[in-house]
Design a protein around this ligand. Sequence first.
Ligand SMILES: [Zn+2]
Length: 210
Amino acid sequence: MNLLNFNEIYPNEESCKLKFKEMRDKQGVVCSHCGCKDHYWKADKWVYECKKCSFRTTLRSGTVMHGSKLPFRYWFIAMHLLTSTKKSFSAKEIQRQLSHKRYEPIWGMLHKLRQAMGKRDEQYQLGGSIELDEGFFSTEMPEQEKDKPLKRGRGSQKKTKVLVMAESKAIEGETKKNGKPRKVRFIKMQVITDLKADTITSIVKKRCIS
Ligand SMILES: [Zn+2]
């Protein structure tokens, strides 16, 4: 999805909320009070109500947006930026793009999204042709930790080594001068301690189907 498609499908807060509810309905809501899975939808209050014990669950509760006061659209925009490009976005940059006053909630949002995306990633093993790359990500710290001294050099808290594994597939019926064109299907990223062959091999063995 490109930016124009995104804007067409999610033009406002309402469209994002509806989409989020649709996804949540598909997954099912479990009452955190009694474990019951049947709920009424209270359209006037935008909450689920447990059919057994009447306990109310908000749309965000128990999801990646749990406890967040940021608009749904912020989350959608951030997810779009994080998934549709190869770039890594800093919280500062996304804060600027959203023209949001405070940095902390945006940092928190990105942190949670990255965690959630990492979890989803864990559940999938790559297969077929795997391309490897290594990269460094700048790690951001919340404002309150910025005053703490940083370790120098390689072990610096600000740079994180990441192994990027991409599953690619040849595109049928297309030819290119230099080799077969390939299309990347899935990407996995994992933080690594060093770039030694042994470290990388053991991760690839675990994360990819041979
Ligand atoms: Zn209940």
